[in-house]
Design a protein around this ligand. Structure first.
Ligand code: ENO
Ligand code: FE2
Length: 440
């Protein structure tokens, strides 16, 4: 099946204290608050930087709706008999967790997750109705059936479907008949000039899911069947069945990745749409019998699978990381040996970067040779000039769950093994130290 997606629209959080997360995103990560929706029962904030949009939803104090409340609410929405409280009479109604009618949340459902979480990835699509029909036929749970919302700037149709991964849901939005800045129901905040600051983020590079052991193959198949995603080789040594496995040096990690091709509205009308991958999805699972590790810590503290991190693309990682540091963002520290590994200095120098600068900030640099022959503008370049740089924040919430990544790619479309190892050790050192402090 060809991908029905135009592009990623936003990623949404559900947290107990919406204003606290909003402040963190605005003051530390220098996102711009551009739209919000405050009602008696809901608080939703939209922030952006470049094309990267986060929606912060504050969780209701009252909890999740009862089955009966939900059925009535759905019946009401669909114009069915108000007395209809039998769930089976409503199309697409077998879904759990349920949307909270008393919460009056738009474009999302509140996930059944007791801790703060990033749980929704929302895509722009061309035709919500027919996509939902297809998904329903595939056995996909539809949490909110296609719903139309208007305001003065036009209308959108959206639907929310449940992913097979943990608490993740996907909102599908057709905003082709909407002229406003974000989505109907949100009040756009006037600001004459959006300050760009010293930091630049252009888009979401990838989203990494923490998955239970042995689940990746099924997840890949589900996204392929439902959304037309394709497997993407994140490392040259990856196998088709097992993904990319690292199982030494205290690491027990299996990674695999998938992507879809972004379509511009223009491209849809052409015979051969231009092939540009949009945000990619990385699946991370731990390996059996390898001891404590960050993926299992995530699953435990999050209460199941979910979004472990989101990578923000920056064209200048040094400037952005430095500005984030100054604003109080905390990053995990790479293992000290990372920068003194044999050949690291040469590797860094060969691509014109400064070892001192990278190590002061904790930015990782790795070369990636997995994209041979992809023709992404790097033909003729010396192989080792394709590189990527990454840096990872400490967890954003009080649990060791969700964190953010900054990434800058120079011709490298995959991931470097050295960086994955360093990330693993950096995150692990942070978790172990936190647990040590808590137990002493
Ligand atoms: O390197 C990256 O940015 C990844 O996304 C791969 C990855 C995913 C999960 C981990 O716990 C460690 C590494
Ligand atoms: Fe990542």
């Amino acid at each position: 099946m060809a991908t029905p997606f135009l592009s990623l629209n936003h990623i949404a959080f559900h947290v107990t204290n919406g204003v606290a997360l909003l402040q963190k995103l605005v003051n530390k990560f220098q996102f711009h608050l551009f739209a919000m929706r405050i009602t008696e029962t809901a608080q939703q904030f939209a922030v952006k930087k470049g094309a990267a949009i986060f929606v912060v939803n504050e969780k209701p104090k009252s909890g999740v709706a009862t089955a009966q409340q939900w059925a009535l609410w759905q019946a009401n929405r669909l114009g069915l008999n108000q007395e209809c409280t039998d769930l089976s009479c409503i199309p697409f109604n077998d879904a759990l967790p349920r949307a909270c009618p008393e919460l009056d949340l738009l474009y999302d459902i509140c996930p059944s997750c007791s801790v703060d979480t990033a749980s929704n990835v929302s895509f722009e699509v061309e035709d919500v109705g027919s996509l939902c029909k297809q998904l329903h036929a595939h056995g996909c749970q539809i949490l909110i059936p296609p719903t139309e919302i208007h305001d003065d700037s036009g209308c959108v149709i959206y639907s929310v479907i449940k992913s097979i991964v943990g608490n993740i849901s996907h909102t599908l939005i057709d905003r082709s008949r909407y002229k406003g800045e974000f989505l109907p129901g949100f009040q756009v905040i006037d600001s004459p000039a959006i300050p760009s600051g010293l930091t630049e983020i252009t888009h979401f590079d990838h989203v990494t899911y923490a998955c239970p052991q042995g689940s990746s193959t099924q997840i890949l198949k589900w996204y392929e069947k439902c959304f037309g995603f394709q497997r993407f080789q994140l490392h040259q040594e990856e196998s088709a069945e097992g993904g990319f496995v690292i199982s030494d040096d205290g690491i027990g990690l299996r990674l695999s990745a998938m992507q879809y091709w972004k379509c511009s509205k223009m491209a849809l009308t052409l015979v051969a749409p231009s092939k540009v991958p949009d945000c990619r999805f990385v699946l991370a699972e731990s390996l059996p019998g390898q001891g404590r590790n960050q993926v299992d810590t995530f699953l435990e503290q999050h209460g199941g699978a979910g979004i472990q991190h989101v990578a923000l693309y920056t064209p200048d990682i040094i400037a952005t990381a430095r500005a984030f540091y100054c604003a109080g963002v905390q990053f995990v520290t790479p293992p000290p040996a990372y920068y003194t590994e044999p050949g690291k200095e040469e590797e860094i120098r060969a691509v014109g970067q400064d070892l001192q600068l990278l190590s002061q900030l904790g930015v990782l640099l790795d070369t990636d040779v997995s994209n041979k022959g992809e023709g992404r503008g790097c033909r003729g370049m010396v192989e080792n000039r394709r590189h990527l740089m990454q840096i990872f924040t400490k967890p954003i919430f009080s649990e060791e769950t969700f964190f953010l990544e900054l990434i800058q790619r120079q011709g490298a479309s995959g991931f470097g093994e050295g960086n994955i190892r360093a990330l693993w050790h950096a995150v692990q050192a942070f978790i172990d130290q936190k647990e040590h402090v808590q137990s002493s």
